[in-house]
Write a protein that binds this ligand. Structure first.
Ligand SMILES: [Zn+2]
Ligand SMILES: [Zn+2]
Ligand SMILES: [Zn+2]
Length: 439
């Protein structure tokens, strides 16, 4: 199964929408209720929903308690009034009337406006009824050939006739639903699936709240940056992710890192079974968290038999609770791996003579530099084969300092036989009295 299929299969229907809307009381995506009575949107600022907060701010930030007690629970942009003539849903033009009725009134002989309004004189609604305004929360009839009612058409003109959809969307922000949804339509297919899946995971964990408006800004930045998939970039990239214009918000890095890990886990699985065959082990998937070591790579060990041996050794050490940094240092057998002649195809062929040649070569190549010592450690050699049947000679060294009796693998019944492995105490080029290296 490919990644897309896996993501599809793992995402529940409620997270498969293009535009994710949430219950205002949702434990993760919602919030406490807005303080304005009758408003069921979550409070986002100054105890109010974003819509009421904006209305309060537009009103010049009056006394908060009074404002909360007196403001209507409707949306920040009050619905525009309709013509005073009963049954007419055209927007206002003058004197409480739409343009159509205002013209009719001026031509009439009547002097009593209110009486005229309620009489049978005003024109009945046109047939068929006009379309309603394109602004989602406005149910007034459109003006003439416009897609907006009189009031919204005027505002649209005042803004210089921008794109109709953009103009309408700008009202969505403050209208019902407002900023309490996450619109993923602008993302690439794969990234959309990844973000949905990550949001679902965060929903299921219910450990931390997510404001849809915050997530929407992140989605916008991802779209602007033309990201195709979270897996296209390494973790480091997402830690400090910002939009192309440099915009960023607190928590984006944490969310994206978590999202990338979850997607990666979905693809590759978790635990030894999933991780063991990989060239690079991600220690997190073993439940190992180390401040400086997050991976162990076997990339540079070119001989398959040696790589296999190194993996078995590393698994045994990690399972035994050995520090990940130490184990990683042990796996860096690069020099040894490169030194091995092609005819060596197994541990059985690594004899004392070969190792002594290796050490002599190393000495010549490094001239006793500090790194040399690290390469001479038994820690860096396939000292133990955990896959070997019990009773087979093996030695498991523990790089403790000062070195005492070598720790022996449970499968080893007797002492390390000096004939099958060189005595590391006196390697030909080893400086006397060295202390063992420990990671
Ligand atoms: Zn509210
Ligand atoms: Zn009217
Ligand atoms: Zn309108």
């Amino acid at each position: 199964m490919g990644l897309l299929e896996k993501l599809m299969a793992a995402t529940r229907p409620e997270f498969r929408q293009e535009d994710l809307a949430f219950d205002p009381c949702h434990p993760v995506f919602g919030g406490p209720a807005c303080a304005v009575e009758g408003c069921d949107r979550p409070a986002r600022s100054n105890r109010m929903c974003w819509g009421h907060f904006v209305r309060w701010a537009h009103a010049g930030r009056p006394d908060l308690d009074t404002f909360i007690a007196t403001t209507p629970p409707g949306w920040v942009d009050q619905p525009l009034s309709a013509c005073a003539v009963g049954g007419c849903r055209y927007g206002l033009d003058s004197h409480g009337l739409c343009q159509r009725h205002w013209r009719q009134w001026r031509r009439s002989a009547s002097t009593e406006m209110e009486a005229w309004q309620t009489s049978t004189a005003p024109l009945p609604p046109p047939s068929p009824l006009p379309d309603v305004c394109r602004i989602s929360y406005c149910d007034l009839w459109v003006r003439g050939a416009s897609v907006f009612c009189t009031g919204h058409d005027g505002r649209w003109a005042a803004r210089g006739h921008p794109d109709v959809e953009e103009f309408a969307a700008s009202y969505e922000e403050i209208g019902p639903g407002g900023s309490e949804h996450i619109d993923l339509r602008q993302l690439s297919v794969q990234l959309r699936l990844e973000v949905r899946y990550a949001l679902q995971c965060r929903h299921d964990e219910a450990a931390k709240k997510i404001r849809p408006a915050w997530a929407q800004r992140l989605v916008n930045a991802l779209a602007d940056a033309q990201v195709r998939s979270l897996l296209d970039e390494p973790e480091e990239f997402w830690k400090t992710f910002h939009g192309p214009t440099g915009n960023s918000a607190t928590g984006w890095g944490t969310f994206l890192l978590g999202a990338r890990r979850r997607v990666e886990e979905l693809v590759h699985g978790r635990g030894w079974e999933a991780e063991y065959p990989r060239t690079v082990w991600r220690l997190r998937n073993f439940g190992i968290v180390h401040l400086h070591t997050s991976t162990i790579t076997f990339e540079k060990i070119t001989q398959p038999w040696l790589r296999d041996l190194a993996k078995r050794w590393a698994r045994w050490r990690l399972s035994g609770g050995i520090n990940a940094h130490t184990v990683r240092a042990g796996v860096r057998m690069v020099a040894f791996s490169a030194f091995l002649p092609a005819e060596v195809t197994g541990l059985a062929q690594v004899d004392r003579a070969l190792l002594e040649r290796y050490l002599a070569d190393l000495h010549a190549a490094m001239g006793g530099r500090s790194t040399q010592r690290a390469h001479q450690q038994p820690e860096h050699l396939p000292a133990h084969d955990p896959g070997a049947p019990p009773g087979r000679d093996c030695r498991a060294t523990r790089p403790s300092s000062p070195r005492t009796t070598p720790r022996r693998h449970p499968c080893c019944p007797g002492p390390w036989p000096s004939t099958s492995w060189p005595s590391w105490k006196t390697p030909p080029t080893s400086p006397a009295g060295r202390t063992p290296h420990d990671g």
